[in-house]
Design a protein around this ligand. Structure first.
Ligand code: LLP
Length: 427
């Protein structure tokens, strides 16, 4: 038996067959059909423990960025483990509340908070709004005053630091839409501290996602702490520092730091700068869930052509868009190792009518029609980015706990897809 994801329990090969905990992937595919997202409870609990462990002497709090995977069963596990939530919409707020989170367990991020979103968050008494523009400060102030409330706020500052990741998931450069420009942050805080509907609480930054080195985090932390210092000089005291999310995972040969190493590095920066007393907030998404899930798909056809071999599967870019959108290289294995076939180089593609509909390119696989393949690291930004293009129904999700499998989201039906639409009257 060998673990498929180094260092993380939950997925293993036993006598040539992929298992999720004690159930074979082939059995899960047979029972629940494909495409199918499967998650391991043991893997989730392992990652939660990693993030919770923290650093002696440094108070820290983890707010799971549920955009990575918002399934209620997963959120429930996180809530039960005492994690808070980083949300970006009224929908995500409702999900957090549905699993019993209190306002104090929620931080609210995002550049485009609407008036109704802000109202809902104030009604829930969220711990903090991470504010991204001066106009948003004005808006939150006004809504809070209208409701007779005070909104606790952090400014999300844009430190202009290169996270060295894919441009679509880099957020801390000055030409990104995110955050308040570093040079105008102190002025913005002064403005916020004069607004009667606001209470200045902390400072926040999030420089990008799938970051695989500590250096950009440390660089950004020092810039944020420069501001904490300048604010203290201006008489503005903060009660926490939020270093956002962004910690990468190993999809191929990346060697990201562990959660522990990241927390340690951030704790060290804050201590060095004399702010060791401030609680540290983190908003991890991917690093909590990516390696806890896989996407199972069945091979429909093998199609050799003069130029390429195509392996056409029943999952598509609608189920997992990361390869199409970010050229992400996701691991892919045959759930039953084949010794009776010669490996060939394939493009693994879906049924969607787009040449961009691929799950992996140039992979060497020994495979037959009818086999079940599994995409590794699919727990983050997989199901949460799934869509209905080509009128495809979204996949089911199953959580495996030892030898038990729970359907945590049933497969969407074609009726579900049409339920929101109406025909015109016949006139
Ligand atoms: N906090 C904020 C304000 C964020 O915008 C994000 C992610 C996170 C936390 C969580 O970041 P994480 O720990 O997951 O890196 N769909 C892309 C990733 C987009 C990330 C967006 N923001 C992907 O599949 O790579």
């Amino acid at each position: 038996m060998s673990d498929v994801i180094p260092g993380i329990p939950g997925f293993s090969f036993r006598n040539g067959s992929l298992f999720c905990e004690d159930i074979s992937a082939a059995d899960l595919a047979e029972r629940f059909q494909t495409p199918l997202y499967i998650y391991s409870r043991a893997a989730l609990e392992h990652n939660i423990a990693d993030w919770k462990r923290g650093i002696e002497g440094t108070p820290h709090r983890v707010f799971y960025a549920m955009k990575a995977n918002g399934n209620l069963a997963l959120l429930d596990l996180f809530a039960r483990a005492g994690l808070g939530f980083d949300i970006v919409s009224a929908g995500e707020l409702a999900r957090a509340l549905a699993v019993g989170a209190k306002g104090e367990d929620i931080v609210y991020s995002g550049v485009g908070k609407s008036i109704s979103d802000i109202k809902a968050a104030l009604e829930a008494d969220v711990c903090c709004f991470n504010v991204e523009s001066l106009s948003e400060l004005d808006r939150i102030n006004k809504v809070a005053l209208d409701m007779g409330k005070k909104a606790r706020i952090s400014l999300r500052v844009n430190p202009d630091v290169d996270a060295k990741t894919h441009p679509y998931i880099s957020t801390g450069l000055k030409n990104n839409k995110f955050g308040i420009a570093f040079d105008s942050a102190v002025e913005a805080y002064k403005k916020a501290s004069r607004m009667p509907g606001l209470e200045v609480s902390g400072i926040d930054c999030h420089i990008g996602s799938q970051i695989t080195e500590l250096e950009p985090f440390v660089h950004a932390a020092h810039k944020v702490l420069d501001l904490v210092e300048a604010l203290a000089d201006a008489g503005i005291e903060l009660d926490h520092v939020d270093f956002g999310g962004g910690l990468g995972v190993r999809y191929a040969d990346e060697q990201p730091p562990s959660a522990q190493e990241l927390i340690n590095a951030m704790a060290q920066c804050t201590r060095e700068r004399g702010f060791g007393h401030l609680p540290l907030f983190f908003e991890p998404g991917r690093s909590l869930v990516a390696q806890t899930g896989m996407l199972l798909m069945r091979v429909e056809y093998l199609k050799p052509t003069a130029a390429k071999n195509f392996c056409i599967v029943d999952a598509a870019m609608t189920d997992m868009i990361r390869p199409t959108l970010y050229q992400a290289q996701m691991g892919l294995v045959n759930c039953t190792e084949r010794t009776d076939q010669n490996p060939l180089v394939y493009d693994i593609v879906g049924p969607v009518c787009e040449s961009g509909d691929f799950l992996a390119k140039n992979r060497t696989l020994a495979v037959c029609e009818g086999d079940v393949l599994s995409m590794l690291g699919a727990g983050a930004y997989g199901m949460s980015m799934a869509n209905n293009y080509n009128a495809r129904s979204r996949a089911a999700e199953v959580l495996v706990d030892e030898d038990k499998a729970w359907v945590i989201r049933r497969r969407e039906t074609i009726e579900d897809q049409m339920a929101l639409e109406t025909l015109l009257p016949k006139i």
